[in-house]
Design a protein around this ligand. Sequence first.
Ligand code: ADP
Length: 412
Amino acid sequence: MNEIPYLLIVDDDIGLLEALPQTLSLRLTAVQVDTSDSALDALRQIQERDYDAIVSDIKMPGMDGLALLAKIQKLRPETPTLLITGHGEHDLAVQALRGGAYDFIQKPIDRDYMVAALSRAIQTRRLRRQLAENQLALELHALSLERIVEHRTRELVEANATKDRFLSMVAHELKTPITSLKVGTQLLQRQVKRAAIDEKVSQGLEDIERSINRLQRLVNDLLDASLMQSNAFVIHRRRCDLVEICRHILDEYAVGSGSAPRFEAPGEAIEAEVDADRIGQVLLNLLSNARKYSPKGCPITVTLQQVGCEVTISVHDRGVGIPPEELEHIFDEYYRVADVEGASGSQTGLGLGLSIANKLVERHAGRIDVQSTPGEGSVFSIVLPMFVDLSTEEVDTAKLAPHTQATWTILQ
Ligand code: ADP
């Protein structure tokens, strides 16, 4: 950076060519001055050396200063070029500046002005070089950062895939022993009942079965989550009756929780194209959350409604509710609202249930709406389109008027 600046002076006036370098060397500290008596010769020198500044007379035989300037602009656009004009040749001075000259110097040459103008030009060239170097360094830095980010992203993706493979393997491996534990416990329970053994043993076995059921749910959630991550999750849609799906799940839920649902308004079938098992799984999940986060004795209501071409299954609880700031996160993976009052610690899960439920409903082109007020309860609504492709359906518009198809109330 602190190299000696190189100047080039181009003029067909040999007297000036001899005098100027001396003047400049005396007044500018440490400069090297080359000279040239024609534009053509100057061009050759400019090609060989990257000068810090060039001074050229405009009027020269052959190629003149303006033509030389144009060539320099192409060859060395960063080199400041100063042109010497005759006294009063304003038009030429303007032409020079428009052509990209850094400055112009009028004849007779004022040495002080010329030295000052050249100092500025050298400084400008130095700053331009510095800028270009900094820019290059920045670009290199950005490139290396980009490489680091790419590398780290690759590592993360690989680590994530390894984690998913591991989760899926563990979940698979756990499924078999859990199932045999469950079958074994049920068998024991039946024998205990028959043999009228101590109440405590029977109670203990029921506790074990509940724990196994929870373990089974967690393992299934882990498996579903890892299949979803790797996009290996498949849903099988078929035309089914949603009233039937709800009734079936509510019965299953009632057996598990020991509470009978009251079926209040049996209506006609509502057919929709869904994966019955998966929609059942979502409903069961919402029901078990409703129970987990409600004090004992609070009723849970399930409503099935049809509005236009959409069907809504709502699960309404009068439990602890969810604070507004938590609502937008509850569908995030592994998200759990910290310390929900009224839900016992051992009951809370991995925070995967709602995330899976939401993805399952989204795969049906539907959504889950949530309304919740802390202390008053929550309504989780599964909203599903009735048909995959409306344009190919012959829709009976009479049937599309909003109506409630069925309501179940569960008293826990
Ligand atoms: P978890 O397995 O922890 O229950 P979920 O994904 O099912 O995970 O739910 C995420 C969080 O949302 C829960 O930790 C809970 O705090 C909150 N939540 C879900 N359903 C309800 C509900 N009906 N009432 C109150 N809070 C709920």
